[in-house]
Design a protein around this ligand. Structure first.
Ligand code: HDE
Length: 667
């Protein structure tokens, strides 16, 4: 267990409103003893203007909303601690990357990109993974995603891209989806997006949990040491639980059953003390090797394959506390790629350069002026001193007579010695509105991604293209996309073209290189934090169920009992009644009764659906009868009989059995 309180906590304490001291007052501190009726001229008369409490209450209510983020509007946040494994003192002067005894407080916000604030969590989309490190020398943000590349190479295309993926302007349809004409029109006309689109069509775009999701800084940054020497760096977050995804059909049903699926999962895990952990890894490239690759390190549509530059784990972040107030913390947190600390610097990636402008600009509007860094969640741990003054919502009371530098009256000198120093990169060039030819190859890494996928991953990618393009109305857009797929891989292009009833496009000669690290096979396996539904009814053998449950919970799994009615069954409390439960909200199912459940269509559907989604299914006692009634074949991942506890735990830890013949199960 980790010590929950840290420096940021203590800093925030000053701003928290303790519940036990709660007495109602107006914003001016005047006591309010009645807030149920407005002040009227007579019991049946008009409301009076002088009712300052009524007017203040309504006015404040009318102004509660602030603009949602233009992108990444829907998110969930958590506090954590980052601890370094070994000093990187030879590479960077950043204190939090030097001192292994430091426990650097962090705040993370996970998000989807396209949907509005109230959209469902489990849509096909990129996930934001933004981390603020409150270091002793100021705030450092890694504003990353769960994919290592991006749709565009130059930030000037960002408004075009976002307009294309957002709901179409004439009817504001569809919400939080890329399955529509304007998105795919952009893709077919802007082939630099294709590598990212491959990731978007893969199961990476439907993560099982924020806790089981990688994060990437995407751009190349720099580490800078005390001698002023730089090393290129790419940031990677690797979840200790492994990287896992949902199944497409499952996410469609989760959206209705629990639109807060990912948000709830994160919240509950932290409340339970099952703290999500991520290793921070770096890929390091000495400046001397900048041109050693067959892509440009400044091109954000390219990865450095792990097989070419290994990942070096440098520390671990543990998310150990939920926010207390969603608005104050998660909604008001302001990330910015340009929030960097001494020892870290940018590269000339044109996407990063654009972001370094955009984030500050967007906060000014969203958070209502230039003083948003004073909002508690955004304040650095160290003191802030400068001559920047005034503006909306100024909270500081500057006592000094001066607000200019230099001055001879009250100090105000620049920090001596430990101030931020920009890396002294030599820059030489003519002004030119042109992309470097080293950014021209849009297909090789899309092919690399396809080649690296396991069979089931390829099937899911093809199915995703068919779903998405199946929602596109214009034939020329579908045809345009398929022609690009012909440049990525003939197997992909031919299946998608056939499914869309389009002619086979011209097929390119493609390379056969693969990067095994890109596949989601071979992840760390654990039953810990997996959610298991136990279907019970009056005929359940309580002894068998309890033994299995204790064994699973002993390994960190979460079991919920589902029965035809609330209350208890065989002395075991019921968590949810069958009509309110759904298999898509669980990782695995145990059938623990046959006699009463087998005739129930809903119980049959529950196990059948779990089977189709590749989930581990166990049977104890007469539970086998339910599986038989549902006509489930005795396929992989269906476990019963002797030694079930261990066999079932192994099956659950394996996540999904994609190789199942789901067509064999009747609808
Ligand atoms: Fe963002 N992005 N972005 N983005 N982005 C925003 O900032 C922008 C890009 C990312 O949880 C906005 O505060 C431009 C890449 C995350 O609060 C905005 C460009 C990556 C978050 C903005 C990009 C990201 C944002 C909207 C192209 C992954 C959510 C509200 C040059 C490496 C942070 C806000 C949070 C949010 C601009 C591209 C990740 C408008 C102009 C690439 C995780 O400023």
């Amino acid at each position: 267990m980790y010590e929950k309180r840290d420096a940021k906590d203590r800093q925030l304490d000053a701003y928290r409103v303790p519940l036990d001291e709660f007495r109602m007052t107006t914003d001016q501190g005047i006591g309010v003893d009645h807030t149920d009726d407005s002040l009227r001229a007579g019991e049946r008369g008009p409301t009076l203007m002088e009712d300052f409490h009524f007017r203040e209450k309504l006015t404040r209510f009318d102004h509660e909303r602030i603009p949602e983020r233009v992108v990444h509007a829907r998110g969930a946040g958590a506090y954590g601690i980052f601890q370094l494994y070994e000093s990187l003192g030879d590479l960077t002067t950043a204190t939090f990357l030097n001192d292994t005894s430091l426990r650097t407080p962090t705040f993370v916000r996970f998000s989807t990109v396209a949907g509005s604030r109230g959209s469902a969590d489990t849509v096909r989309d990129v996930r934001g993974f933004a981390t603020k490190f409150y270091t002793p020398h100021g705030n450092f943000d890694i504003v990353g995603n769960n994919f290592p590349v991006f749709f565009i190479q130059d930030g000037i295309k960002f408004p075009d891209f976002v307009h294309a993926v957002k709901p179409e302007p004439h009817n504001e349809i569809p919400q939080a989806q890329s399955a529509h004409d304007t998105f795919w029109d952009f893709v077919q006309l802007q082939p630099e997006s294709l590598h990212m689109v491959m990731w978007l069509m893969s199961d990476r775009a439907i993560p099982r949990s924020f806790r089981m999701m990688q994060g990437f800084g995407v751009h190349t940054f720099r580490l800078v040491n005390a001698l002023g020497q730089a090393t290129f760096v790419k940031w990677h977050w690797r979840p200790v639980l492994g990287t896992y995804s949902l199944v497409w059909d499952e996410v469609l049903r989760i959206q209705g059953n629990d639109p807060d699926f990912n948000r709830r999962d994160l919240w509950e895990a932290i409340e339970r003390g099952a703290y999500p952990e991520y290793e921070l890894c770096v890929q390091l490239v000495p400046e001397s090797r900048e041109y050693d690759f067959d892509f440009d390190l400044l091109d954000p549509t390219k990865i450095i394959p792990e097989e070419q530059v290994a990942l070096r784990p440098i520390g671990k972040m543990t998310l150990n506390r939920n926010p207390q107030n969603f608005f104050a913390e998660t909604e008001q947190v302001a990330f910015h790629t340009a929030n960097i600390v001494p020892g870290i610097d940018f590269s000339n990636d044109p996407l990063l350069q654009a972001r370094n402008f955009s984030y500050l600009d967007t906060q000014l509007l969203r958070l209502g002026g230039p003083n948003f860094p004073q909002i508690p969640i955004n304040r650095p741990l160290n003191d802030v001193h400068n001559d920047q003054r005034d503006g909306f919502h100024q909270h500081m009371i500057h006592g000094s007579r001066t607000s200019y530098a230099p001055n001879s009256l009250s100090g105000g000198f620049p920090a001596a010695g430990n101030g931020y120093r920009h890396y002294q990169e030599r820059v030489d060039g003519v002004k030119i509105r042109k992309r470097s030819p080293s950014f021209d190859d849009h297909y090789s890494q899309a092919t690399l991604f396809w080649n690296s996928m396991a069979g089931w991953e390829k099937q899911h990618i093809v199915a995703a293209f068919l779903f998405e393009l199946g929602h596109v109305e214009h034939q020329h857009i579908k045809g345009g996309v398929v022609r690009h797929l012909g440049q990525i891989h003939p197997d992909l292009a031919s299946q998608v073209a056939a499914g869309l009833g389009l002619p086979q496009p011209p097929m390119a000669q493609v390379h056969s290189n693969a990067s095994p690290a890109l596949s989601m096979t071979g992840q760390p396996q654990s039953v810990a934090t997996r959610k298991i539904a136990i279907l019970m009814a009056d005929g359940t053998d309580a002894g068998e169920v309890t033994a299995l449950r204790e064994s699973l919970e002993g390994k960190g799994a979460i079991c919920e009992v589902i029965a035809p009615a609330e209350g208890s069954v065989a002395g075991i409390p019921v968590d949810r009644q069958l009509s309110a439960a759904n298999s898509v909200l669980y990782d695995a199912v145990v059938a623990a009764d046959g006699a009463a459940l087998a005739p129930l269509g809903r119980a049959q559907f529950f196990v059948k659906e779990a089977f189709k989604h590749g989930k581990a299914i166990g049977a104890v006692g007469s539970g086998r009868e339910l599986l038989e009634a549902a006509r489930l074949p005795n396929d992989v991942g269906v476990v019963m009989g002797d030694g079930i506890a261990e066999k079932f735990a192994t099956a659950v830890a394996g996540h999904r059995f994609y190789e199942r013949d789901v067509a064999a199960v009747p609808a």
